[in-house]
Design a protein around this ligand. Structure first.
Ligand code: ATP
Ligand code: MG
Length: 333
């Protein structure tokens, strides 16, 4: 099956000026050679610490951030950044839901006008049919059609995120980029919003790129997971497999902090605490990006970046010690 989204060796580097008189130009390697696919109807969670490049990757997929190199294709067609035809198509087929629903909604516009805005921009329907669609969308996200008249400040955080989701669905997109969609919400309502998203996904066959640093949320939400570290993917695979048998030491450390549902297992679980700071993406380590914090690191890890290789039926990892590729074995011999 043709993937809905296909990303190949994507790099997004930001030039920054540093040093005396700011004469030295360095590149922040926010995304540094990322490859993955998302199938129609599939959800892929992108996880990793703050600053590892998740949002930059999302912005590139959305066509908002021009990549330094690499390719993105959507529904079999190459995404050419900067082309207005591409922007128009992507702006229908890919929608986003960000962390902060307050910032996402114009406080001066009625909720109905906000939800109808994408329809108006794309010239879909007339005022009457748009009002009907707004009522339908409000019902779909668990709100009342009468709510269309109100301003965003009349709603709670969770309700506002429902409104943002309604607006994201207005144009019947194929892919939603969900960038920490519940992180700003009260813990008690997070699962309601996540369940709504899961429900909508099933109903409309949506694909999700779900960006999160909260692995306990990812476990219940995503079909597959991609673990990102300093601009690179270090492990990918079906969520169940990666949670049960993480291969990369970084994935293992992240997962060791996630509480287990079984209290007996939880008591015996050992937490792996990573020491040292995340290196700067402007000056990443020469070999494996994780080498400065890896408890297993040996010489080869300081010299060569490990490639992402197959470690199971659908699982891949990038680690010299735990995921040796045949070519790499030759190198290290
Ligand atoms: N426009 C920019 N110019 C320079 N550097 C940037 C720019 N945008 C992002 N960066 C840098 O790129 C790196 C990745 O940032 P990004 O926002 O993608 O991380 P993130 O994984 O989404 O983090 P968080 O979990 O905190 O949202 C960071 O070091 C960030 O400072
Ligand atoms: Mg981010």
């Amino acid at each position: 099956m043709t993937p809905l989204l296909s990303v190949r060796d994507l790099k997004v580097h930001f030039p920054i000026r540093k040093g005396f008189f700011r004469g030295e130009i360095r590149n922040v390697k926010a995304v540094d050679g990322v490859t993955f696919d998302i199938a129609p109807g599939e959800s892929l969670a992108l996880v990793g610490e703050s600053g590892c490049g998740k949002s930059t990757l999302g912005a590139a997929v959305l066509g908002m951030q021009v990549p330094t190199s690499g390719t993105i294709s959507f529904a079999g067609e190459a995404v050419r950044h900067g082309e207005s035809a591409t922007r128009t198509r992507l702006s229908r087929d890919i929608q986003t839901v960000f962390q902060d629903p307050v910032a996402a909604l114009n406080p001066k516009m009625s909720v109905g006008d906000s939800i109808a805005e994408p329809l108006a921009i794309h010239g879909v329907g007339d005022a009457k049919s748009r009002a009907e669609r707004v009522a339908e969308l409000l019902r779909l996200v668990g709100l009342h059609p009468q709510h269309a008249e109100r301003r965003p400040n009349a709603f709670s955080g969770g309700q506002r995120q429902r409104i943002v989701i309604a607006r994201a669905l207005a144009l019947q997109p194929k892919l939603l980029i969900l960038d920490e969609p519940v992180s700003a919400l009260d813990v008690s309502i997070r699962s309601q919003i996540l369940n709504l998203l899961l429900d909508l996904q099933k109903r409309f066959g949506l694909s999700y790129l779900f960006i999160s640093h909260d692995l306990s949320v990812v476990r219940h939400f995503a079909d597959r997971v991609a673990v990102m570290y300093l601009g690179k993917l270090v492990e990918t695979g079906p969520t169940d497999t990666v949670f049960a048998r993480p291969v990369h030491p970084y994935t293992e450390a992240l997962l060791s902090a996630v509480p287990l549902p079984d209290p007996v297992l939880q008591r015996t679980r050992k937490r792996i605490v990573l020491t040292g700071d995340l290196p700067s993406p402007a000056n990443p380590p020469k070999g494996c990006a994780f080498v400065t914090r890896c408890p297993l690191a040996v010489d080869i890890c300081r010299l060569d970046p490990p490639p992402l290789v197959q470690v199971g039926k659908a699982q891949q990892a990038a680690c010299h010690l735990r995921a040796a590729a045949p070519a790499q074995e030759g190198l290290s011999a």
